[in-house]
Design a protein around this ligand. Sequence first.
Ligand code: C2E
Ligand code: MG
Ligand code: MG
Ligand code: MG
Length: 279
Amino acid sequence: YHAKNQGGSYQYYRPGMNRKSHDSWLLERELRKGLEREEFMVYYQPQMDIATGKIIGAEALIRWIHPEKGFVSPGEFIPLAEEIGLIVPLGNWVLDEACRQNKLWQEAGLPPIKIGVNLSFRQFIQQDLARTVADTLERTRLDSSYLDLEITESMTMEVERAMEVLAQLRSLGVSISMDDFGTGYSSLTHLTKFPIDKLKIDQSFVRNIIDGANDAAIAATIVTMAKNLKLKAIAEGVETDDQLQFLQRCGCDEIQGYWLSPPVPAEKFERLLASNSCV
Ligand code: C2E
Ligand code: MG
Ligand code: MG
Ligand code: MG
């Protein structure tokens, strides 16, 4: 029995494995196969500038279409992919695909937008992350100003190292967003020093923005804080008119959520972008 972190190696089932490890062993095998068989797709969810009502960006979200199980939620396989290291090749594939697609849209004459790509912790601590991003931009010929990388607060716990990585990425000309903001434990002192561009208000606050006084206060406070730090604020998980209006009154810059559109395949996103009049 052995387990290695790189693609192409195998982990064998051991009699006596408990139920949970057997399940994740099966999932791991399927994941590796899935990568070989190209069962993954990237979906795109539009982001809208509240002031103009125009699509100004899209978040790239991975989808696994399993031959028997159908759609498997990233919430199910991303944590495992992270654990076994498979997230690095998988994440690099998403990055490449998203940049390539964004360049294609630009070449088709569609309004230029930023593409947002989620980074995992494993990717973030790879020594050659900046090199990988630079190579991807070069290979896909996407201008760095059209790429946004999403990190989470937990990735910045090792402050010095995080500063260094973010500075390297920023020097390439890409922007950085802090995803799921408000759910982690990042120090506000450090937040002011990190070279980031945008706070993404976590959807858990947006969900109860209308009938939860606390969550409304948190969302409004994050927007104010972003303004004071000269960062942009985007709200995730916006589903209703009321939520949008509340965020607009707060001075939130952008929204993303089912109100506008769920994540959709590239062809469908292209149609949204071509009409670009979602309001
Ligand atoms: P996230 O980065 O915070 O992405 C936002 C999630 O919220 C997406 O779930 C999206 O489909 C969902 N969402 C968007 N609008 C709404 C809405 O109005 N209401 C509700 N209820 N949900 C909404 P998804 O696609 O299932 O992804 C879940 C998480 O998996 C992502 O959270 C991200 O952390 C991770 N993930 C997805 N793709 C990748 C990837 O390529 N690399 C890495 N490292 N993580 C990824
Ligand atoms: Mg994200
Ligand atoms: Mg998020
Ligand atoms: Mg999330």
